[in-house]
Design a protein around this ligand. Structure first.
Ligand code: COA
Ligand code: ZN
Length: 321
């Protein structure tokens, strides 16, 4: 923690649970295949940084997301660290069956609040996705695998859709109620294409935490329009303590026009730590991984702290002539 910062966070609610999604949301949008060995090495290194959760991969169709066609191999080869949850994204029953073979700690089911985005991304109408995901929830509840698995649902386009525009809060509320009734452990509210603004985030988070205080709420922002960290701030001030982010700010939904990167994990963690929150994540361990990522993906990344260093990194006085 920065000793000079004014701490706005008080125990016990100062604990932030951060979910690193670079190898799923980050990699899925990259055009050049990243080798399985490189994925495993990055996940193993991330596991040592102190994340609460890592979204490792997705069990989707290899035709739809060729980058993640090695999901089984990656899940079997990573080294699990106690205290880190390993989550995988699943779009349908087939994906859930494949995923359960790999003993994830969590299945992250996905559907969109927008009919058009759901059709583009999942090639199903929303009511079909809903039925599919409820089938998966029942499947998991009945399967009672030896390795216990929790269910999270990520709702895309909660704050707006790049095809339809505004998404009424009532649509989100109805979907949330259905998944609450189905008994899922957590719900992630996703700003898939960076349309959310802080006042809207505050309104939605206030509603979510008040209406369903027992739910594990996570916020998932993209920085498409530069509002990512402002939205994290609005959410954390509203009481949210779980966030998704992607190393280097990599990411974006391949089926959302104009989508760009997730909020940058190390920038968000640096901000939250400076404010006095306990993220559990070691920036000295994480920043070298962020600095190595451009070489792995073959292009520059948007993260700021990896370039500037943390605020505690002081510089020598410039030499006077
Ligand atoms: N894992 C592996 N293969 C799958 C699969 C899964 N979970 N679900 C479907 N498939 C295969 C089918 O077997 C079929 O293969 P075939 O052509 O060799 O017979 C093919 O994919 C098409 O199956 P279908 O049931 O018609 O599905 P679809 O084409 O309507 O695709 C999805 C539905 C959801 C599986 C697909 O659109 C998808 O994976 N989308 C990716 C969504 C995503 O991850 N987006 C980014 C994150 S939000
Ligand atoms: Zn995303």
């Amino acid at each position: 923690m920065n000793p000079h910062s004014v701490s706005v966070a008080q125990e016990p609610s100062s604990r932030i649970h951060f979910n690193e999604v670079v190898t799923r949301d980050g990699f899925q949008n990259e055009s050049v295949f990243i080798e399985t060995d490189d994925k495993v090495a990055l996940i193993d290194a991330l596991s040592a940084c102190g994340y609460a959760k890592i979204e490792v991969t997705s069990f989707t169709s290899a035709k739809a997301i060729p980058m993640l066609r090695d999901a089984e191999a990656v899940m079997h080869r990573i080294r699990r660290v106690a205290g880190v949850e390993y989550s995988v994204l699943v779009p349908n029953v087939r994906g859930a069956e494949r995923a359960l073979e790999c003993r994830p700690d969590e299945l992250n089911l996905v559907m969109s609040c927008s009919e058009s985005h759901n059709l583009a991304n999942l090639r199903m109408a929303r009511h079909q996705s809903l039925q599919t995901l409820l089938d998966v929830v029942r499947h998991v509840q009945q399967a009672k695998p030896l390795h216990p698995v929790a269910v999270n649902v990520s709702l895309s386009c909660v704050f707006g859709c790049p095809i339809e525009g505004a998404v009424p809060l009532s649509v989100v509320q109805q979907l949330v109620q259905t998944f609450v009734d189905a008994g899922v452990r957590g719900i992630t509210l996703c700003d898939t294409t960076g349309m959310a603004h802080p006042a809207q985030v505050q309104q939605v988070c206030d509603w979510a935490l008040q209406a369903h205080p027992q739910m594990q709420w996570t916020l998932h922002f993209h920085n498409t329009r530069g509002m990512g960290l402002a939205n994290v701030l609005a959410a954390v001030q509203s009481g949210v303590r779980r966030f998704d982010g992607s190393l280097g700010g990599l990411g974006g939904c391949p089926y959302a026009p104009g989508a760009t990167g997730n909020i940058c994990s190390e920038d968000a963690l640096h901000m939250l730590q400076a404010m006095g929150f306990d993220t559990g994540v070691s920036l000295p361990l994480l920043l070298p991984l962020a600095r190595a990522l451009p070489d792995l993906v073959g292009h520059a990344l948007s993260g700021q702290v990896a370039k500037a260093g943390v605020t505690e990194d002081l510089h020598p006085m410039p030499c006077q002539p």
